[in-house]
Design a protein around this ligand. Structure first.
Ligand code: ZN
Length: 265
């Protein structure tokens, strides 16, 4: 989108006329096995937990490589950062807060959905979150170890994602998550993340995870990693990106990975 189109779209959003439909066409060439194409394998990195701090988001924008930003709803900088990130040409997802185990120590924050919520409430909250975050093309879960294990609850949540023509990435915060499986059964555009990048704060550990993603992408044509807005993560991604051989492998957007993915079914 050029700058003029961006401004028009931003103005429409701010005037409350923003439409969330039709921004992502599902399953465009999803069935093409990557090895038969001339495509360069791609790694999509999603940076989660955006919305608390401008500075933390900007350290990733400054890297100058394609990244996808997943924005928490209803925070001080959620809307402002969505507009700025879009203006820089990057992709935006809604980082939908969902109930984790051990709520006492892990608060999912504003706009969260809980297993105690009824279907209508789940769908109302998610609709609000999607509508309040401009330029969202997909959704992944923030926390949600309890919520994503519950198929009766995840289904109505995914229905909202589907009805808004968005894709879903399962962050896999629980090994027993049924979110990806349910989204597949609902014929949605969906993939699970493959690797969390920064469970450790050590550069060497983050680089090792990035190299793991690279090996996966070279083998299957694509890989999805999730990182968090920490300075050490930004540094490791910048270093990894500058060392990549662009004729062999590239960092790319999540929508590109979804288009080219030969799914793990
Ligand atoms: Zn998160």
């Amino acid at each position: 989108m050029d700058r003029r189109a961006f401004i028009i779209k931003s103005a429409a959003f701010l005037a409350g006329n923003f439409s969330v439909s039709g921004r992502f066409s599902r399953n465009a060439d999803a069935a093409i096995p990557w090895a038969k194409t001339k495509r360069i394998p791609g790694i999509a990195i999603i940076i989660d937990d955006i919305g608390y701090s401008r500075k933390r988001a900007w350290q990733f924008l400054k890297i100058g490589t394609p990244l996808t930003f997943s924005i928490l709803p209803q925070l001080t900088y959620s809307c402002e950062l969505a507009l700025a990130i879009h203006e820089q040409g990057h992709e935006i997802m809604l980082h939908q807060p969902m109930e984790p185990y051990n709520l006492k120590n892990h608060n999912p924050g504003p706009g969260a959905i809980y297993t105690r919520d009824g279907q209508e409430q789940i769908q109302h909250i998610m609709d609000q979150n999607i509508r309040s975050t401009p330029f969202v093309i997909g959704v992944n879960n923030h926390m949600g170890s309890r919520f994503t294990e519950n198929s009766d609850k995840i289904r109505p949540a995914l229905e909202v994602v589907r009805s808004n023509d968005l894709f879903f990435i399962d962050s896999r915060t629980s090994g027993r998550s049924v979110a990806y499986k349910t989204a597949l059964a609902m014929h949605m555009t969906t993939l699970p993340r493959h690797t969390f990048l920064d469970n450790s704060t050590l550069q060497s550990a983050i680089l090792a995870r990035l190299n793991q993603l690279k090996r996966r992408a070279l083998k299957y044509g694509y890989a999805i990693g999730i990182g968090h807005p920490f300075p050490w993560t930004a540094k490791a991604i910048a270093r990894f990106a500058s060392d990549l051989n662009p004729s062999q492998i590239k960092l790319t957007y999540i929508s590109e990975v979804l288009k080219t993915a030969k799914t793990d079914r």
